[in-house]
Design a protein. Structure first.
Length: 295
């Protein structure tokens, strides 16, 4: 069933932690807890007003910066402007099952935002990162496949949940390949991943299809856990003494809720060949490469 980790959340005092999408949901809960540990938290958000409102509810030094993961120009601008050392980068932001659409760079919105935006951000910031990169995936990764012939859903009928699954599978493949590369160059940084299980956030209502919205109150509301509880796997992945490429999630009810533990992932998420191919394709699509390859 995995190793229980809720008692292994370490202090984050005096550490600089950049978290994407920290103004709502589990990202906000995680950011608030980290700020309460006296970390220097940097919230990156699309809407500065919403970000500042969220920051006002948190204790400690919370910095708010604009970053739109659906626009690679915005990702590059943030990386160019934020030059401070970073202890931990938490790739938390994401969208779930929106209507078919594209990012500013023409990618399918979920793949472009959830994966490519974070891929570019991580590699651009990597020379500044001192400890680890945490990427938030989902139990939905188990429904995903990486269709290299149609990553942007241009040749087949768009299925929102399948596209979401592809993006969340990409998050785990990214984590494993990032860890492989970090190990190869003997970097002190590690890559870990987490998922919140089924948390009672506004993600389903805000981005979800009408089908998902209709079952939220009747089903999700019955078995989900709070945003705070859902943020604990992220906190463990960010601060606990765990090896690279660890995956942390709730340990009960088919990983939908419960105390955080090291959990398993799908066979597709462990495919090293697909992970390497996805990395190469992602470099080509974003124009951003692994910056430590020559060290």
């Amino acid at each position: 069933m995995g190793t229980r980790l809720d008692d292994k959340i370490s202090s984050a005092a005096d550490r600089t932690i950049v978290i994407t999408g920290g103004n709502s949901g589990i990202g906000r809960a995680a950011a608030a807890m980290l700020a309460g540990m006296d970390a220097r938290v940097v919230l990156t958000v699309r809407d500065l007003d919403k970000g500042r409102s969220a920051a006002e509810t948190m204790r400690g030094p919370v910095d708010v910066r604009r970053l739109d993961l659906a626009d690679l120009a915005s990702v590059r601008a943030f990386a160019e402007e934020f030059t401070d050392p970073i202890n931990i980068l938490i790739n938390n932001a994401g969208i779930m099952t929106p209507p078919f659409g594209h990012t500013a760079d023409g990618f399918e919105s979920q793949f472009g935002t959830n994966h490519l935006g974070h891929f570019a951000l991580t590699n651009l910031l990597l020379p500044q990162i001192r400890d680890r990169v945490v990427t938030v995936s989902s139990i939905g990764h188990r429904t995903g496949t990486i269709d290299f012939d149609d990553l942007d859903w241009e040749r087949r009928a768009y299925r929102p949940m399948a596209a979401y699954g592809q993006s969340k599978l990409a998050n785990l493949l990214f984590t494993s390949e990032l860890q492989r590369r970090l190990t190869e160059v003997s970097a002190p940084v590690i890559a870990t991943a987490a998922h919140p299980g089924l948390a009672a956030t506004n993600l389903y209502q805000r981005e979800g299809s009408r089908v998902l919205a209709s079952v939220t109150e009747a089903v999700i509301g019955l078995i989900s856990q709070s945003e705070t509880q859902g943020s604990l796997p992220t906190l463990c992945a960010a601060t606990a003494d765990i090896p690279g490429n660890s995956y942390v999630g709730p340990g009960s009810f088919w990983q939908t809720r419960g105390e955080p533990k090291l959990v398993g992932r799908s066979a597709a998420a462990e495919d090293a060949e697909v992970a390497r191919r996805l990395w190469t394709v992602s470099e080509e699509l974003t124009g951003v490469e692994f910056p430590l390859s020559t060290l």
